[in-house]
Ligand binder design. Structure first.
Ligand code: CO
Ligand code: CO
Ligand code: CO
Length: 346
């Protein structure tokens, strides 16, 4: 039996995240544990938590899981694993161990699909040097998969949302548009080329981008996932106490994403992300509507967004190119804190 996972879900990948507005409302009432060894917690909306074990070692802990973003179980496993591991890379850590998190409808899908999802996850984890040493499965519909990941990091070399400094340049390592492409694919509006490019990018580990960040001693970064480019940029701006200017025409887009938005292909997650962020964002009066909406497109396994001193930018871009991240670009800059956190321009 040929399995098509996409038939089972309304929205997959990071588009299925709960609305950030609702999430923030709930998190307000959750007490945060107090412990001097907790170096990073959800206070700064960071990608992962960090816990100091001793003066030379801290653990990076993160988890992500979501419903299918593609039809093929093996590819879904690869993408979900790459996405889960990414939060360790975004903080400058080395991912080491993981556990599988699986929800699988045993009565609705053949067990081969279960095995294929796990195999995809295993192969991607192995590529990242991560050993999967256990997991947990619940019988549930639709299927969902991801990893809980543990990484190592030096306590003084943590890259966070809070490390962005005025006058830095903003660099993005992967083009955006996976949400639009996946939504368009369901409507039969996307070419095989664009779909394959989106899948290739979602499977691509953020390891090489993270290595470049570490080489150049970068302090502020995040990965772009469910809240979209503007949503994650907002979390960085708030955590760092700065404002970010983003020039949307500089942001590389996957394939035909721009045209797809013209054709009405805007996933619901984009509107939820916009609603959450808009009060903190200044939209240039001449901002192109399509570019505005793609700034909020939920990315699955998106690239790294980091800030770097302008005098290092050329060398960094060279290194990113050599690492195969051919679409890496400067997409904006950092200023002292202004009235709004984010200034979105053409
Ligand atoms: Co993240
Ligand atoms: Co995450
Ligand atoms: Co268990």
């Amino acid at each position: 039996m040929k399995v098509d996972l996409l038939q089972m879900v309304e929205y997959g990948g990071c588009s299925a995240k709960i609305s950030p507005t609702q999430l923030e409302e709930i998190l307000k009432y959750l007490p945060l544990p107090k412990d001097p060894n907790i170096l990073v917690d959800i206070d700064t909306h960071d990608d992962a938590g960090v816990y100091r074990v001793n003066n030379d070692l801290a653990l990076v802990l993160t988890t992500d899981f979501f419903p299918p973003v593609c039809s093929d179980p093996y590819e879904f496993g690869q993408i979900a694993a790459a996405n889960s591991i990414s939060d360790v890379y975004a903080m400058g850590g080395d991912p080491v161990l993981a556990l599988n998190i699986m929800m699988f409808p045993a009565a609705k899908l053949p067990m081969e699909a279960y095995a294929d999802i796990l195999k995809g996850g295993f192969d991607k984890a192995t590529e990242a040097g991560v050993r999967i040493i256990g997991g947990h499965t619940i019988d549930d519909f639709p299927p969902k998969y991801g990893l809980a990941v543990v990484g190592y990091i030096h306590p003084e070399k943590i890259i966070t949302n809070a490390g962005v400094r005025p006058d830095d340049s903003l660099i993005l390592t992967k083009p955006i548009g996976t949400g639009v492409i996946l939504a368009g694919h369901r409507l039969g509006m996307v070419s095989d080329n664009d779909l394959n490019e989106a899948k290739r990018l979602m499977k691509l580990l953020n390891r090489s981008g993270a290595e470049v960040m570490k080489k150049h001693n970068i302090k502020g970064a995040t990965d772009i996932t469910g809240f979209g480019l503007a949503g994650h940029a907002l979390k960085m701006a708030k955590a760092s106490g700065v404002s970010l200017k983003i020039n949307m025409k500089e942001v590389p887009l996957i394939g035909n994403s721009y045209q797809l938005i013209d054709d009405g292909c805007i996933p619901g997650a984009s509107f939820r992300n916009l609603e959450y962020a808009e009060k903190n964002i200044d939209f240039a009066s001449d901002l192109d509507y399509n570019l505005k909406m793609i700034a909020f497109d939920a990315q699955t396994s998106g690239g790294l967004l980091f800030s770097a001193p302008p005098d290092k930018v050329n060398k960094i871009l060279e290194d990113l190119q050599s690492a195969g991240l051919l679409n890496s670009k400067v997409i904006g800059s950092v200023t002292e804190s202004q009235e709004k956190c984010i200034y979105l321009n053409n």
